[in-house]
Design a protein around this ligand. Structure first.
Ligand code: ACM
Ligand code: ZN
Length: 780
């Protein structure tokens, strides 16, 4: 290419991209549209603006009403709405067209002098055009109440837009905690704002049944309620006692469900209900134990039970008739083509010993219990297909052979989705690693209690739904992606909002925008404006993307720790202190890695216009006599390096985020470390830090010994600690074992910590290798 043309093109693209993402009245839309050209002037929305539609062929009058209603909130304008084109001085026109380039859900939007025109082939496209129009207005337009402003400006644009995927989903688990109907509507509003079109409603699970079924009233009299144990940790709650009444829970009546399905449809959102089978169904079995293998009795668990073996009896025909009755009522309520039947995490223990299940296996010539699950799902699929519906289930439905027409929701990584697509089945991608919004979005100690794992918004943004290695034919089977919000740690609407905002913005761009336009710095700039919209809407949202990450690196030659400060967002400046005080707008501005060579506490935060955004991050650096001294390990660490060679003496302590990089992990093997201080050294104290999270297979050591030596051969024991293996889950904790010393002088310090070995009998991982986690060996 001629270099002058290249320079000109570079100049143009730079001009366009900066106009796109900066300044106040410029265009900042999430998800990013396919193409936008911005003009210099703007349209003024006033109380005299009218909203109209060319005709009513595609139901556009409904979008006219929606726009007028939504605009009335913040502007207070009662805009005139008209059918049939109009010649008003200032008008918004919704226009039905026949433009194959826009597809089923696409639209074009032109804002020009006195006129805004949204064109689409469908009502959905017009609705999305309206969503974009809101994002062209100042963020305050999202406020539910009238603001004092006479005109609202909208920049001139020419915009064309259509989605990349047809399944743009968001799931919500209302079994683990019931959430009220009004909040479900808010959730749907949030989906609509992000141009998501599918709401996967997880209505049933072990801890509660949430949908009224007229034929089986005990589902809502019994299965919807549990005893209140909210003050105990989720996975260690005492079960219901015989004398206790279950008082916590709730359900949606059928008329309420119809109302929600309609509310969603008005916003181009399909509601896919999920009815779990054959497992995750203890609540139902508490009401109807005759459909289990054992006959019960059962109570609704008030928290997590794992492993959970309660399951529908697959050998009993009445189980299938019962489920068909339930699904018949479900299909009357939900017009969606897909019905989700769960299928995940079915423990087959009871099937292996149930005479009815075993005779089913024999009579149907099935190989094993995996094929029995396949039989179960296929039988349900036949029923759904006979009523022109399609079955979708979690990726376990591939095991034992997938039902002929089933679609797969891939949650255990992407393998299930890939396998389904290769076998010619449709797949929806929802891998836990990138789309489980129940995981933490910042450092655990700065966040509300969540379900474990770390999924910052930038990681969601990096997700690519089409797995590698598929042919283009197979790629067509990837319908799209969705995120899941599991409810164990979602006791309130506010917490649900906090967990999806702003991560849903990243997901929306993944599933809507062209793959080529994915650009994190550009997105994070737009995310700032999006957060202003959340604020104006009154939503609770996470500011975790502003949290400063403090990344240490060790310079053992210089005996220094270098701390690099960063955050996910680009614009805010980072300020820090080294004296233990909280940072302010007058604190040091971070420019380059900070070298630390003495005991220090670094506190850092992100600032914008002098205001702290998000919370303050803290990193303590403990410099002591063993810092950066050589460590010899008898058994190697695995997976969790804790910083590698100097991990146990780098001055960095681990946090309750166990994968924070500071914990060194030993898998079934013991810690046996000898630190060489280089010369005879007087010492007053030896300490070592340990971590326990039994739910993650991490246990305290059962025995710890400190010993010292002059020559590295003969060691003298100076301390011994014993910690019994727990008899059930213990809360996550960090323990520093410390021994004060008098008149001790030595060159070598040995720390021995005995691994718990294997997970105890009561543990879900019974017999699995246990982890031992150590952060630092301290000598003073
Ligand atoms: C799942 O997370 N069990 C689908
Ligand atoms: Zn059975």
């Amino acid at each position: 290419m001629h270099s002058r043309i290249l320079t000109l093109l570079l100049f143009l693209s730079a001009a366009l991209s900066s106009a796109y993402s900066q300044g106040n009245s410029t265009v900042s839309i999430i998800p990013k549209p396919s193409s936008v050209v911005q003009g210099v002037r703007s349209f003024s929305l006033t109380s005299g603006t009218t909203i109209s539609c060319s005709d009513t062929l595609i139901g556009q009058q409904q979008v006219v009403g929606y726009l007028a209603d939504r605009l009335r909130g913040a502007t207070g304008f009662k805009l005139r709405t008209l059918e049939g084109g109009n010649k008003a001085k200032s008008s918004i026109l919704l226009n039905a067209v026949n433009d194959p380039g826009l597809g089923e859900e696409g639209y074009s939007l032109v804002v020009a002098k006195d006129r805004i025109q949204i064109s689409a082939n469908s009502r959905a496209g017009l609705f999305y055009g309206a969503q974009t129009l809101f994002q062209l207005l100042p963020p305050e337009v999202y406020a539910p109440r009238k603001l004092m402003r006479k005109t609202w400006s909208i920049p001139f644009v020419e915009l064309k837009d259509s989605p990349r995927f047809k399944w743009r989903g968001m799931h919500l688990d209302v079994s683990r905690h019931f959430l009220p109907k009004e909040f479900i509507k808010t959730y749907i509003d949030i989906l609509a704002m992000h141009k998501m079109n599918l709401f996967h409603w997880h209505l049933t699970d072990d801890q509660g049944w949430r949908i009224e079924i007229k034929k089986y009233p005990k589902l809502t009299e019994v299965a919807a309620w549990r005893v209140d144990r909210e003050n105990q940790p989720w996975s260690v709650r005492d079960p219901q006692r015989p004398d206790e009444k279950a008082t916590l829970g709730g359900f949606y009546r059928q008329d309420e469900i119809r109302e929600i399905v309609k509310y969603a449809a008005d916003r181009n959102i399909t509601v896919v209900p999920e009815i779990e089978m054959p497992a995750h169904t203890t609540a139902l079995l508490a009401a109807y134990p005759q459909f289990s293998c054992t006959g019960g009795p059962f109570t609704v668990p008030p928290g997590g039970v794992w492993p959970i073996t309660d399951i529908f009896c697959a050998g009993n025909d009445s189980t299938f008739y019962f489920l068909q009755d339930i699904l018949t009522e479900v299909m009357e309520l939900f017009p969606s083509t897909f019905i989700h039947i769960g299928g995940d995490e079915a423990d087959k223990k009871e099937w292996r010993v149930c005479p009815k299940c075993q005779s089913r296996i024999r009579n149907e010539h099935l190989k094993d219990e995996a094929e029995l699950q396949s039989y179960f799902i296929q039988r349900i699929e036949k029923f759904l297909n006979s009523l022109n519906r399609r079955l979708i289930g979690w990726d376990e439905i591939l095991e034992g052979g997938i039902a002929p027409n089933a679609a797969v929701m891939s949650w255990r990584g992407t393998e299930g989705g890939t396998a389904a697509a290769r076998q010619g089945h449709d797949a929806v991608m929802t891998p836990g690693s990138h789309t489980y919004f129940n995981s933490y979005q910042g450092k655990e100690d700065l966040e509300p209690l969540a379900g474990g794992g770390y999924l910052p918004v930038s990681k969601v943004y990096s997700y690519e739904p089409v797995p590698e290695g598929l042919t283009s034919e197979e790629e067509h089977h990837v319908l799209g992606a969705q995120a899941c919000l599991w409810g164990e740690f979602i006791p309130s609407p506010e917490q649900a909002e906090y967990m999806i905002l702003p991560r849903i913005a990243a997901l929306a761009e993944v599933v809507w925008s062209p793959k080529e336009s994915r650009n994190w710095p550009d997105f994070s700039g737009r995310l700032e404006r999006q957060m202003k919209r959340y604020k104006a809407s009154g939503y609770t949202y996470a500011k975790s993307a502003y949290l400063v990450t403090i990344s240490p690196s060790v310079d053992s030659a210089k005996k220094q720790i270098k701390l690099t400060l960063s955050n996910e967002m680009n614009y805010p400046s980072i300020r820090y202190t080294l004296d233990g005080s909280n940072p302010s707008s007058a604190s040091h501005l971070y420019r380059s890695p900070i070298a630390i060579s003495k005991m220090t506490s670094v506190k850092a935060g992100a600032f914008s216009k002098g205001v702290l955004l998000g919370k303050v991050s803290t990193q303590k650096v403990f410099i002591h006599k063993a810092s950066f001294k050589p460590v010899k390990l008898k058994y190697p660490y695995e997976r969790y390096t804790g910083g590698g060679e100097y991990g146990l003496v780098n001055g960095l302590r681990g946090s309750s985020t166990f994968a924070d990089g500071n914990w060194q992990g030993f898998h079934q093997s013991d810690l046996d470390a000898v630190v060489d201080l280089g010369k005879q050294t007087p010492m007053k104290k030896i300490a070592a830090g340990f971590f326990e999270r039994t739910g993650s297979w991490i246990f305290y050591p059962t025995l710890v010994e400190f010993s010292v030596s002059v020559d590295g051969e003969l060691f003298t024991n100076v301390a011994q600690f014993e910690i019994p293996i727990p008899g059930g889950h213990r809360d996550t904790s960090i323990k520093e074992l410390t021994q004060n010393l008098r008149n001790v002088k030595a060159r070598y310090v040995r720390v021995y910590a005995k691994n718990a070995g294997i997970c105890p009998d009561w543990h879900a991982g019974k017999g699995d290798k246990a982890w031992l986690f150590v952060d630092e060996i301290v000598v003073e």
